[in-house]
Design a binder for this molecule. Structure first.
Ligand code: CMC
Length: 424
């Protein structure tokens, strides 16, 4: 529980004073507890939750001014370079990095649950072949709730834990199948002798015709790192959606599906796809200046730039750029879009429009270039984000259910019609 500081904020309202307690966390700004404002007949007003701490959490900390991201206290760059994705999952779920024994046990548990019920595979047929894979993901992940509902007791800690494992294990299978379906190839079943990212790439790119297909280890490592970089990001829009849906006691698979829906928007996880489309539209370095003028006239946004919380470099973007360089070098690819992206970044970081607004590259700016090099099609980029973020969503869902919680129910400033009577 958060520590009371003994400090109080005093709100003067209608000639009365309301004392509001102030709490301190381990890091970050203190928070003012505004619950007692309600008794005065007022609500607080904060559209977009710019200044609202919606919950207490021990999972992830961000210092947006300094460009710091910590999971359970560990900096993201250390996790991305010294731990693998499943270790990061274990950390997010349990609070500590696993010992060798715990790691072996956790990996084995995840491997054991990679298959989906055969009936789930039939859901794909309901979609058009040209459906966006995120639309398919919203549907098929939500459909898992039909397979785990009657026997799932969310009050039971063991049921919650197995739900977390199932989601982490099955999401790569569903993600890869959402691609296979749209290209008309048969689904490839998971192989439990492969690592997590390797297995995902195998399900994406192997075909029954190519029995000897082997995943390039450089690409598997890069994929694993991309998953790690997306694993959690405290109370962002999709995680808050999962918490809100979860606060009603809803089925966790349906809650994760709601997170996938929230992630899809171009202001959130959909930005990685939008970055590559933007680079395609700009075409070449000569057109950058003209594009920047359009951005400054607010006709378009520079996708992959800016963040609600980071007013400095997104620490994930730094590791992503490094990974991008490594992958392109290992594959011997000279991608002109990388050159274009670097030119855009250079101009933006020196342009007063971006400097004054503290707009820096975010995680999505370079991820698309790596994903393209790996062979992932553009409309799968946000699916990859969803795959990596599933552990974050489920960790927050678990944290919420581990202690008493209230249904999330914001209020409003009503500006519609006052009461009136129907007159006919
Ligand atoms: N390009 C041009 N101008 C921008 C951009 C951008 N990418 N982002 C913000 N601005 C401007 C914005 O127009 C505003 O200008 P003014 O003060 O003149 O009105 C100012 O900067 C402040 O922006 P804001 O919209 O109030 O900031 P926000 O915190 O509400 O929005 C954001 C954050 C991420 C939605 C926004 O920066 C954006 O749309 N970026 C592009 C999309 C993107 O890359 N999203 C991925 C975020 S990281 C992945 C994730 O975690 O989801």
């Amino acid at each position: 529980m958060s520590a009371a500081t003994g400090k109080k904020a005093v709100l003067q309202l209608d000639g009365k004073e309301i004392e509001l307690p102030i709490y301190s966390g381990t890091l970050g700004p203190d928070v003012i507890d505004v619950k007692d404002v309600l008794a005065s007949g007022h609500f607080t007003f904060d559209p977009g939750f710019m200044a609202t701490a919606a919950c207490e959490s021990k999972i992830t900390f961000i210092d947006g001014d300094k460009g710091v991201l910590l999971h359970r206290g560990y900096p993201i760059d250390q996790l991305a370079t010294q731990a693998d994705y499943l270790e990061t999952c274990y950390l997010l779920l349990n609070g500590e990095l696993p010992t060798a024994e715990q790691k072996a046990e956790f990996d084995a548990k995840v491997r054991n649950h990679t298959m989906v019920h055969d009936q789930v595979s039939r859901f794909f047929n309901g979609f058009r072949r040209d459906a966006h894979p995120m639309a398919i993901m919203v549907g098929v992940v939500g459909a898992l709730s039909a397979f785990y509902h009657n026997a799932l007791d969310i009050e039971d800690v063991n049921h919650r834990e197995i739900t977390a494992i199932r989601l982490i294990a099955k999401i790569p299978t569903l993600a890869a199948w959402s691609y296979k379906y749209t290209v008309g190839q048969p689904f490839i079943y998971p192989r439990n002798d492969l690592g997590y990212a390797e297995n995902f790439l195998h399900m994406m790119f192997a075909t029954p015709a190519d029995r000897d297909y082997k995943v390039n280890p450089v690409l598997a490592k890069a994929m694993d790192r991309i998953f790690t970089l997306h694993a959690d990001h405290e109370q962002n829009a999709s995680t808050s959606t999962v918490r809100l849906a979860g606060s009603t006691g809803a089925n966790p698979y349906a809650c994760i599906s709601s997170g996938i829906s929230a992630l899809w928007g171009p202001a959130h996880g959909g930005a990685n796809e939008a970055v590559l489309r933007m680079l395609d539209e700009i075409g070449s370095v000569e057109n950058v200046a003209e594009f920047m003028e359009k951005v400054k006239r607010k006709e378009v946004k520079l996708m992959g730039f800016g963040h609600r919380v980071y007013k400095n470099f997104d620490p994930r973007a730094k590791v992503m750029k490094q990974t991008c360089d490594e992958v392109l070098e290992a594959l011997g690819i000279n991608d002109p879009q990388l050159e274009l992206a670097m030119e855009l970044e250079k101009i933006a970081l020196n342009d007063p429009y971006f400097v004054e607004r503290k707009l820096y590259p975010n995680v999505d700016f370079y991820s698309g270039i790596i994903l393209k090099a790996i062979g992932i099609p553009t409309d799968m980029f946000t699916v990859i984000f969803a795959l990596g973020r599933t552990v974050g969503w489920i960790s927050h869902w678990l944290e919420m259910h581990a202690s008493p919680y209230k249904i999330g129910r914001p209020r409003q400033l009503y500006t519609g019609e006052a009461q009136r009577d129907i007159k006919r």
